[in-house]
Design a protein around this ligand. Structure first.
Ligand code: ZN
Length: 289
């Protein structure tokens, strides 16, 4: 009996204080799953693959937000619809505001210049940013759940090591490609460009996701012909007819990529799985096997 009581004392603090993380979108939920491992639980606010650029909160979302021990979101640049609801929320981790996070400006659809005063929201595609988020989350969890502090930090370190391996491997692989120039349906891959050595040559949608005019499509068509571009990265459900129109009879690899890692399982290795799939799609688009 005394043994059982002692055993319970050892076990109880661990199981009783498991922290629940509510992440806005899949990539952040996957980072959280890497940090918590089998401890704690991670939930995701937006359904997998739902675009945060056009999301409307449901009543159930508001309840989930109010109940969460810790909310992890990219920030107003990505989930504008959350900005008002989360104002004053004390248990909040805002990725775009973390010290050490590197932010890029949105670009004009011709890719030739940036849009001042903007933030490109796809911050998780920079592996260094993903590690910054993981480490900040480990510290936030450690503060709420000190009994597992070492575990969270160890998991964040392991995550950083795995992404380091990914980066080295992919940088080498992409070096063999003849061309690394690409077009995007919507300009989402900027943060991945340094890792893969990609050369952005324009997007079909503008930075705020509206359709630019006919003049822009003509410019893109001319560029495709002149520079021999053939890789266009589109997201699920992108307008293929528009893309074909812009390629104007020239062969284009119109490859669908999953910037939101919707297909990746919500588990510790899920982030690398999502990033690996995305990278493999880009590789295929650029003519690699
Ligand atoms: Zn996007």
């Amino acid at each position: 009996m005394r043994l059982l009581a002692a055993l319970l004392l050892v076990l109880l603090p661990l199981s009783a204080t498991a922290v629940e993380v509510l992440a806005s979108v899949r990539p952040l939920a996957l980072i959280a799953a890497a940090v918590t491992g089998s401890a704690g639980s991670v939930r995701q606010l937006l359904p997998p693959g739902a675009s945060a650029h056009h999301y409307q909160l449901r009543p159930a979302d508001r309840i989930a937000l109010a109940r969460a021990d810790l909310v992890l979101w990219v920030g107003p640049a990505h989930e504008q619809f959350l900005a008002r609801v989360l104002a004053g929320q004390p248990r909040l981790l805002t990725a775009q505001r973390l010290p050490g996070i590197s932010l890029k400006l949105k670009r004009r659809p011709d890719g030739d210049s940036a849009l001042p005063g903007t933030v490109d929201a796809h911050v998780w595609l920079d592996t260094d940013n993903a590690v910054v988020i993981a480490r900040a989350l480990a510290e936030a969890l450690a503060a709420r759940d000190p009994s597992r502090a070492a575990l969270y930090r160890r998991n964040a370190n392991a995550f950083a090591n795995r992404l380091g391996t990914f980066e080295t491997r992919e940088a080498q692989r992409f070096q063999r490609l003849r061309s690394r120039s690409y077009l995007a349906y919507h300009d989402a891959y900027q943060y991945l460009e340094p890792t893969l050595g990609l050369n952005f040559r324009g997007s079909l949608l503008s930075g705020d996701e509206d359709r630019p005019g006919a003049r822009h499509f003509l410019l893109m068509s001319q560029r495709i012909r002149k520079e021999g571009l053939y890789c266009l990265l589109g997201e699920p459900g992108f307008d293929q007819a528009l893309a074909r129109h812009v390629f104007n009879g020239l062969p284009g690899n119109l490859v669908t990529v999953d910037e939101l890692f919707a297909q990746a399982p919500l588990e510790a290795g899920g982030f690398e799985a999502g990033l690996g799939r995305l990278s493999a799609a880009v590789y295929r688009c650029l003519g690699g096997q």
